[in-house]
Design a protein around this ligand. Sequence first.
Ligand SMILES: NC(=O)c1ccc[n+]([C@@H]2O[C@H](COP(=O)([O-])OP(=O)(O)OC[C@H]3O[C@@H](n4cnc5c(N)ncnc54)[C@H](O)[C@@H]3O)[C@@H](O)[C@H]2O)c1
Length: 344
Amino acid sequence: MLDFSVMKDSEKRLVLLVDEVVYRLYPSLFEGETCLRITASEQEKNWSTVAKLIDQLLAMEVDRNTFLLGVGGGVTTDLCGFVASIYKRGISFGFVPTTLLAMVDASIGGKNGINWGLCKNEVGLIRMPEQILLDLDFLRTLPVKEFYSGVAELLKVFLLADRDSYAVAMDLFKRVPDPSVLLDGTDRQRFEELVQEAIRIKERIVGQDTYEAGPRRLLNFGHTLGHALELILEEEGLGCTHGQAVAWGMVQMVRWSVRRVGLAQTTAMQLVSDFRSVGLPVDWQDLGLDMPALLRVKKKMASVLCQDKKREGDALHMVLLKEMGIPVVLRIPLTEVEELLDRL
Ligand SMILES: NC(=O)c1ccc[n+]([C@@H]2O[C@H](COP(=O)([O-])OP(=O)(O)OC[C@H]3O[C@@H](n4cnc5c(N)ncnc54)[C@H](O)[C@@H]3O)[C@@H](O)[C@H]2O)c1
């Protein structure tokens, strides 16, 4: 049983910000704790949720001597870090990530924020959590689709920086498709090592460039197209997980890398086949769009990309792969981005 109190110093009051689903799945964990609950979804990751949470904190007379602990997936940790950073000009905060995606990605690196209309994570700030507590056993209750959403982010860091771990991860996920089998079986240790390695890589990159002026941009691999896709599909009422959208975005970047930076065709084909074999979307068809929806999504994509926060003047920074483990950030003119969209 987790003891949340180890996460704060004894002087501080502990307030938990908990994903409603996690709260219902693990009721005994929250007995006797002061909890605020949220519905974890992209639609709720917005300003009105932040305002509601701040009203609740004020009503509870929460002062600066408080530790706000986010317990949930990436939506919860992003909201927790943001609210904690602006409430009374900033209180301490930490995370207990409960999705694979939040464990290997969202809880690390201090990016906290919310969506603004069709722009993902458009409003936010960078401030590090004081503590992160990892407990892989939360993954037992995670839906398989959400598990593979996290697998996509795990694969991303290995594609960028550790081709050996990529090969180990692919072997594991192709062989053991069910997360609870992974947690109970002989592969658990290997899985734990992969999670720790992914965390180490992200921490290393963030440590070199906290404010994303250089190497941290690499972590956006697949995200420019992926973010746009994620929010457009949600607006269309179709939806896909964050990791599915990022996986689709990475695959398009891999294909484009062949033409743009000379990635070997055989490598690109292998990567696409790998992603497909673990059930991650690689083509429009995998996203379940009919033809009218597909045309609408493609049309919206160009305008969403123009509002991307990574846009600088008439160009976007995009990450391509020269080889596995050798990424490159290019400043791509918007006219060329439009050409890319035409080819999708
Ligand atoms: N700050 C960052 O650096 C960063 C990095 C990557 C992603 N993100 C953000 O993270 C979000 C995606 O995170 P996510 O995939 O964790 O989404 P999420 O928080 O929406 O969680 C996904 C789903 O899993 C449920 N869930 C959570 N834990 C569970 C558990 N243990 N058992 C059963 N169900 C559980 C949630 O209720 C939700 O329905 C996006 O908003 C993305 O922008 C942030």
